[in-house]
Design a binder for this molecule. Structure first.
Ligand code: SF4
Length: 367
């Protein structure tokens, strides 16, 4: 699999073992995948499947559901069967739900050994049950629920503590010959998180699930995750990502997808190259950009559209794009593949761009 165009590739991907989460490969040379997590009560099967459908439509490739009760565990067989994308059961505290999730046909199980009492005693059973059904396990270490032994040793959730916890838990599985593992070591602070993943990347070959945990509301969480994932992915570290936002999970998927697209790790869908506007602007760039984005959202092929406020950089950028507009004097020059195809009044710019996009779509055979 080629990740990005050669000239866009930032670095070689870290070598990792591949695991299969349902039909989605994670690690090795598989593209970095985007995950999210349902906010519904898992026992509410209809609501959960509805949210999974929305997440799938937004580009989510793997979805996680929380399993804090027996009712949730009981819902897993139907959800795992009906979900169009692989479902990971997220288990804290209760190892019995791990077995339920494996039996239910979940594509993977996430365990947080730090908060499963007597986890060490249960590992042999979990490893055997998971191996029997060929299901991988994510060892999900979280700063907020670090193993008390390591918290005592390090005083707080340092990168060393997070990594030691993860590797210790891996070693317990390895003792039983189980290696279908992926790991996360999440922290709310991107600096700690980056250091932890760098250490982990050197110390093992397991695929890594990147996450800044409790990243915050949409704006802050987007920035924190983008900075942290960007730093790591640019170094070739990270095999699957989940952006955590205090916002609807579809937003997490949009941000995750944009991060991958920005680094050339995923083929772009719609890309709007719009200027920030300035005192030279001869059109309301913000409004026009919003209009064009809304009209072309979901365009079924990669498309770069330039929306430029004046003629200084406008024609140059518009020519570089598949399609674009350079505005001036109440008019917009519409460019397609570098050529001016028409000039329209300002009020008709968005409409004209959409019309040309549709023509391009027809030529590409996607519309
Ligand atoms: Fe300003 Fe024109 Fe550049 Fe937009 S394209 S930022 S309006 S100079």
């Amino acid at each position: 699999v080629q990740l990005g165009l050669p000239e866009q590739r930032l670095t070689k991907r870290r070598k990792s073992r591949q695991v299969m989460v349902g039909d989605v490969p994670v690690g090795g040379d598989a593209p970095v995948s985007v995950q999210s997590m349902c906010t519904t009560v898992t026992a509410n099967i209809d609501a959960t499947l509805q949210q999974i459908a929305e997440l799938t439509a937004s580009g989510c490739q793997i979805v996680r559901v929380a399993v804090p009760s027996q009712d949730d565990a009981d819902a897993l067989p139907i959800i795992a069967k009906k979900s169009p994308i692989p479902v990971i059961a997220d288990i804290h505290f209760q190892p019995k739900y791990v077995f339920a999730a494996l039996e239910a046909g979940c594509a993977a199980v996430r365990v947080n050994p730090g908060n499963i009492k007597k986890f060490d005693d249960k590992v042999a059973e979990i490893a055997k049950a998971a191996a029997d059904v060929g299901t991988p396990i994510r060892i999900g270490v979280n700063a907020g629920s670090l193993d008390p032994r390591l918290l005592k040793k390090y005083g707080k959730a340092t990168p060393d503590a997070l990594v030691e916890s993860a590797l210790w838990e891996c070693s317990l599985f390895e003792e039983h010959g189980f290696r279908d593992i992926k790991i996360s070591v999440k922290h709310h602070d991107p600096v700690v998180m980056i250091q932890a993943y760098r250490q982990l990347a050197k110390a093992c070959e397991y695929p890594l699930h990147l996450g800044v945990t409790e990243a915050g509301p949409a704006f802050q969480g987007t920035v924190k995750s983008s900075v942290a994932f960007g730093a790591l992915l640019a170094e070739g570290i990270g095999d699957t990502i989940r952006v955590s936002l205090s916002a609807p999970p579809v937003e997490e998927v949009k941000v995750g997808t944009q991060i991958l697209e920005s680094l050339g790790l995923k083929e772009r869908g719609l890309e709007i190259v719009s200027c920030p506007s300035c005192g030279r602007a001869q059109v309301d760039v913000y409004r026009l950009t919003e209009e064009v984005m809304a009209a072309l959202e979901g365009f079924p092929a990669p498309l770069r559209v330039a929306v430029m406020g004046c003629v200084v950089n406008g024609p140059g950028e518009a020519r570089e794009a598949d399609l674009g507009v350079a505005s001036g004097n109440g008019k917009g020059q519409i460019f397609v593949k570098g050529k001016v195809v028409k000039t329209v009044p300002e009020s008709q710019i968005a409409e004209a761009l959409v019309e040309e996009a549709m023509k391009l779509g027809e030529q590409m055979g996607v519309i």
